[in-house]
Design a binder for this molecule. Structure first.
Ligand code: PSU
Ligand code: MN
Length: 300
């Protein structure tokens, strides 16, 4: 595991650190917007009192905190593997480059002692999973790794009730930030009630701290709805998602390619609106993650 200077310094000073994933850069956004997004996410963390640690595999090494050149590489090259947990060993052994998903980033962040990780939206149960068994490794990872993941819920392309059921099965607390519904990534509302919420970063940090204090070793999912100024009303979103899912079936898309395909298709169908939402919510999550991490380090 390799750290950049900023993260190494933060670790020795005991400064708050927030992990960021790299799949959103390599596979979630097109060039050249993706490189700008990587910088904006890191800036949002710094502006809110913590140090960003974007995580990726570069030349077979796990890097926690990337240099500007390493961010360029992840954003610009065509041979960046989408690295879920199952892919990490092969990409490392073969000296490859990999962008880490939520599951892989969460595991590596925890291994580096980082307690808060911000992303856009987690993966979850895909519609039709009863037949396809397509349940994101993100959920299983949240069930066993002690890290707080800040997200805008699960992506709207997923079966959200089933996603919440799986999180419940694994004992993962799902906590709203100033909301009482599970957000649907592009939309603030899913119609699915959350049992717990907090009004301030301190409230959320207290829940994360209590979870660890009880010896509960799963993750905690913090749900921050997408900013009101950009979020899409649910009926409109539902219609777009139905069209995107139909297109994926017609094109025979499956497995790791499905999520990037659906996100790109939704963006086309919405005339570019979903990517505006995705960018805004990812920045908002990075900012909230930093405030929670700062609150946690003040408590300790
Ligand atoms: N959030 C975004 N854009 C993304 C992703 C999340 O705003 O591209 C990525 C995350 O890395 C997440 C992955 O872990 O999509 C889920 O993929 P899958 O459904 O194949 O597990
Ligand atoms: Mn999958």
């Amino acid at each position: 595991m390799q750290f950049n200077d900023e993260v190494r310094q933060a670790r020795s000073d005991g400064h708050a650190v927030v992990a960021l994933e790299s799949t959103i850069i390599a596979h979630g956004f097109p060039r050249p917007d993706n490189r700008a997004l990587a910088d904006r996410l890191e800036e949002a963390v710094r502006d809110n009192g913590a140090v960003p640690a974007t995580i990726a595999v570069i030349g077979g090494r796990v890097c926690v905190g990337l240099t500007p050149g390493q961010l360029d590489l992840i954003a610009d090259r065509d041979d960046i593997e989408k690295c879920s947990l199952r892919d990490l060993a092969a990409v490392c052994a073969q000296g490859g480059h990999g962008a880490t998903t939520v599951s892989a980033t969460a595991r590596l962040a925890a291994a580096a002692g980082i307690k808060v990780f911000a992303t856009g939206g987690i993966g979850g149960v895909h519609p039709g999973a009863g037949e396809s068994f397509d349940v994101s490794a993100d959920l299983i990872e949240l069930g066993k790794t002690s890290v707080a993941v800040v997200c805008a819920g699960a992506k709207s392309i997923l079966d959200l009730p089933a996603t919440l059921e799986v999180l419940e099965t694994y004992g993962v607390p799902v906590v709203g930030y100033r909301c009482d519904e599970f957000p649907a990534f592009h939309s603030r509302s899913s119609g699915l009630a959350l049992r717990h919420s907090g009004q301030t970063p301190d409230d959320l940090a207290a829940i994360i701290r209590a979870h660890a204090g009880l010896g509960l070793d799963s993750g905690v999912l913090i749900c921050n709805p997408p900013p009101e100024s950009v979020a899409m009303p649910r009926p409109e979103l539902d219609a777009l998602v139905a069209d995107a899912l139909r297109a994926a079936r017609a094109d025979g898309i499956q497995g790791a390619a499905l999520t990037p395909y659906l996100l790109a298709k939704l963006n086309d169908l919405s005339g570019g609106r979903t990517r505006v939402i995705n960018r805004a919510l990812a920045e908002s999550n990075a900012a909230l993650g930093a405030r929670i991490a700062a609150a946690l380090s003040n408590m300790n």
